[in-house]
Design a protein around this ligand. Structure first.
Ligand code: DHB
Ligand code: MG
Length: 603
C-alpha cells in the first residue's frame, strides 16, 4: 500500500514537513497550497527536494470554487486554473484536488457542473495534469460523494475523476458501500481521516478535530475496504486538520501518522477483501490482547515512602534485586517494583508497566513494525532479557509470557520475606496522566501496539479544570489503562495504580491498623451517598470512617474503593468489584480530585 500525507497535518515550514514525512517512511505527500505560498523555496526546488528525499508529490490541493458558477465566472476560474496547472508542471505534480464549490456557486445543476468540470478537464489535459473532484461535507450544492461521482461520470473526461475523503463521507453519515461501484480508474485520490464523535457544525469539526486513523470513532477499516474493493491502487493519504498536530513536534507527529496507517493496513488486511493483490495491504504479526498485568514499577531517587505505603497496604517485601537498586513488593499477583536507579525525578513516578501477552516475541516484532520507540535496559547473564517500548507519555511497556504461578524473574530478588498474609490482590487498572499533546497519540499507541480497545471519552471536574479521561482495555477487562489529560494550566496529574481486592472495607481497616492515612473524603460525599442509595447506616458509617467510596450500576453491580495519599507523583487505590460492576466509580472522581487538590495544598 502506498502511503501519503497532506502537509497540512504537520507543524513547521514546508521543508521541515517534507523531511519529517520522509524520515517517518511515507512514500509521498499532498502539497497543501498555503504551505507552498508561504515558503521561500521555489516550486522547482520543492519538487527536487521531495524527489531527493524519496517522496512523490501525489497531489496539489485545494483548488476551490470551480463549478456551479456563471459563464463569466467560469472564465476567471479557467484563468486561475491555467496558472495552477503551470505551477504543478514546475513542481512535478500531476493531480490537483478540486473541492466542491462553497463560496461562489449559484447554479444547482449536475449538467452545468459536469460541463464546467469537462472544460476544466480539457485545460488540465493540455497541461498533462488531472483533476480529482471532492465533495466537501459543507459544499454549497455538492456535499455528497455520490453526487460528485454522478457529476464526474457525466463530465466523462479522461482527466476528471473523484477524490474520496473519509471525513466528508462518514461525518455526514453517508453510506460508503456505494464507493465499490465507482470504477477504479475514476477514483483519482483517497484521503483518510478519523474523528471523534462530536455533535457540532461539520466545518469546524473538520478543520479542528480530525484525527489519525485509530484515534477517533470512524470505522476506517470498513471504509478503506470499500475503496480497495472498487479496485483502487493509488496512494492512501492522510488529511488531518487538527489543532494539536499543527503545533506539536513535526517528526513525532509524522511517525504517529505513519503508525496509524500501518495499523489501519493491518486492520483492513484482516477483512474479507474482494481482490487480494500482491501490493495490497499487509498484516502485522498476530499478538492477541494482553492477558494480565505482570508488574508496575515506580522510580525515584528515594522510593522509601512508597515502600512504606505498600507495607501498610499489606504488601510483602520480597527482597532486593541481585544486581540493580530495585526492590520487589507483592501481594498475590500484584507486583510492584521500587526502582532507585537513575530516576529522572527525586519524587516517585510511575515508570513502567509489565504486560503478560500470549506471544511476547510477536508483540515485540509488532511494536517495532509500528515504529514504537524501544528502551534499553541493562541485564546480566542469567537474568531475564528485557525489551521495552516507550508509550507516548513516557511509561515503559514490557512484554512477558503469561505465568500461572509467579513469573520467572521473581527469584532474581532475594533477602525478603515469604509471601502470604494479606488477601491476594491483582492489578485492576493503571491510570496514566498525559499532557494535552500526547493523548491522541496514546490512544493510537495502545490500540495498535497493545491491541487494546478504547472506550468513550469522559470529562471529570477537578478544582483546576476539566480532566479528560478515556479507558483503553482488553475485551475481558483483565488489562485496563485509563488515560487522563490534565487541564492545560495544571502542573500535572499524578499517575495511579488500582489493585483489586476481594474485600476493600476489610483491607482499608487492616491498612488503617498498619498506620495508613487514606485520602480523606468529605462528609458531604457520604450525605449524598445516603440520599442516592439505600445503604444501611452502619455500612455508610464504616465507609465514612475508612474513606471508602461507593458506586452501584444499573444492574446492581457494586464498586467499593479507597485511595492512599499521593507520594511524589503516584498514589494507589484499592478497588472491589461485585456483581459485574465494570466502571471506575465516575461519581467519586471529582471528589477524589478535589480531595487530592486540598491535600497537595496542605489544607
Ligand atoms: O477544509 C477545507 O477547506 C478542505 C480543503 C481540502 C480538502 O481536501 C478538505 O477535505 C477540506
Ligand atoms: Mg479532503
Amino acid at each position: 500500500m502506498r502511503t501519503s500525507i497532506a502537509t497540512v497535518c504537520l507543524s513547521g515550514t514546508l521543508t521541515e514537513k517534507l523531511h519529517a514525512c520522509a524520515e517517518a517512511g511515507f512514500d509521498g505527500v499532498e502539497l497543501f497550497e498555503p504551505d507552498l505560498l508561504a515558503s521561500p523555496t521555489s516550486p522547482e526546488e520543492v519538487g527536487a527536494l521531495a524527489r531527493r528525499l524519496g517522496l512523490s508529490l501525489d497531489l496539489y490541493q485545494p483548488f476551490r470554487d470551480a463549478e456551479g458558477v456563471t459563464e463569466p465566472e467560469l472564465a476567471a476560474v479557467l484563468h486561475r486554473a491555467r496558472a495552477k496547472f503551470r505551477l504543478m508542471q514546475r513542481l512535478g505534480v500531476d493531480t490537483v484536488l478540486v473541492c466542491s464549490n462553497v463560496g461562489t456557486a449559484t447554479v444547482d445543476d449536475d449538467a452545468v457542473s459536469a460541463d464546467q468540470l469537462r472544460r476544466l478537464g480539457d485545460e488540465a489535459q493540455a497541461h498533462g495534469v488531472r483533476i480529482a473532484f471532492e465533495a466537501l461535507a459543507w459544499g454549497r450544492y455538492v456535499d455528497d460523494y455520490r453526487r460528485a461521482w454522478r457529476i464526474v461520470e457525466r463530465a466523462d473526461h479522461p482527466a476528471v475523476g473523484v477524490c474520496l475523503d473519509s471525513f466528508h463521507i462518514l461525518s455526514r453519515g453517508h453510506d460508503p458501500a456505494e464507493i465499490a461501484q465507482i470504477p477504479a480508474e475514476k477514483i483519482f485520490f483517497l484521503q483518510l481521516a478519523d474523528a471523534p464523535a462530536l455533535t457540532m457544525d461539520v466545518l469546524s469539526w473538520s478543520r479542528h478535530h480530525r484525527l489519525f486513523p485509530g484515534e477517533g470513532s470512524f470505522d476506517l477499516a470498513a471504509f478503506l475496504a470499500h475503496v480497495l474493493d472498487a479496485g483502487y491502487t493509488g496512494p492512501v493519504s492522510l488529511e488531518v486538520f487538527n489543532d494539536t498536530f499543527r503545533q506539536t513536534d513535526v517528526q513525532r507527529t509524522a511517525r504517529q501518522a505513519k503508525r496509524s496507517l500501518t495499523w489501519l493496513e493491518d486492520q483492513v488486511a484482516r477483512r474479507p477483501l474482494r481482490s487480494r493483490r500482491p501490493d495490497g495491504p499487509s498484516r502485522l504479526p498476530d499478538v492477541g490482547q494482553p492477558v494480565a498485568f505482570d508488574f508496575v514499577e515506580v522510580k525515584a531517587e528515594d522510593a522509601g515512602e512508597v515502600d512504606e505505603v505498600l507495607r501498610m497496604l499489606g504488601f510483602t517485601f520480597r527482597g532486593h534485586h541481585r544486581s540493580k537498586p530495585v526492590r520487589l513488593w507483592t501481594q498475590g499477583a500484584a507486583r510492584v517494583l521500587c526502582n532507585e536507579h537513575l530516576a529522572r525525578e527525586w519524587a516517585p513516578t510511575l515508570a513502567a508497566i509489565g504486560m503478560e501477552v500470549p506471544d511476547p516475541e510477536a508483540s515485540v516484532r509488532r511494536a517495532r513494525l509500528l515504529g514504537a520507540p524501544s528502551v534499553f535496559r541493562r541485564t546480566r547473564a542469567g537474568e531475564q532479557d528485557l525489551v521495552a517500548f516507550r508509550a507516548p507519555e513516557g511509561t515503559e511497556i514490557f512484554f512477558a509470557e503469561p505465568s500461572l504461578a509467579e513469573p520467572t524473574w521473581v527469584p532474581e530478588f532475594d533477602g525478603g520475606e515469604e509471601p502470604g498474609g494479606a488477601p491476594a490482590l491483582t492489578i485492576d487498572h493503571v491510570n496514566l496522566a498525559h499532557p494535552w499533546q500526547t493523548f491522541e497519540e496514546s490512544v493510537l499507541f495502545h490500540t495498535s501496539v497493545l491491541a487494546l480497545r478504547s472506550q468513550g471519552t469522559q470529562e471529570v471536574a477537578a478544582p483546576t479544570g476539566l480532566v479528560r479521561s478515556r479507558v483503553m482495555r482488553s475485551d475481558d477487562g483483565a488489562v485496563r489503562l485509563a488515560l487522563n489529560v490534565a487541564p492545560v494550566l495544571d502542573r500535572g496529574l499524578p499517575q495511579h495504580v488500582a489493585f483489586r481486592s476481594p474485600d476493600v472495607v476489610a483491607a482499608a481497616r487492616a491498612a488503617r491498623a498498619r498506620g495508613l492515612h487514606p485520602l480523606p473524603i468529605p462528609a458531604n460525599y457520604y450525605d449524598d451517598l445516603a440520599a442516592r442509595f439505600d445503604l444501611p447506616a452502619a455500612v455508610l458509617d464504616e465507609m465514612r470512617e475508612l474513606g471508602v467510596l461507593y458506586d452501584r450500576d444499573e444492574s446492581g453491580g457494586e464498586f467499593r474503593h479507597f485511595y492512599t495519599r499521593t507520594v511524589g507523583a503516584v498514589f494507589f487505590e484499592l478497588v472491589q468489584r461485585d456483581g459485574g460492576y465494570d466502571g471506575y466509580g465516575a461519581a467519586g472522581a471529582p471528589v477524589r480530585l478535589a480531595a487530592q487538590h486540598l491535600a497537595s495544598a496542605g489544607r
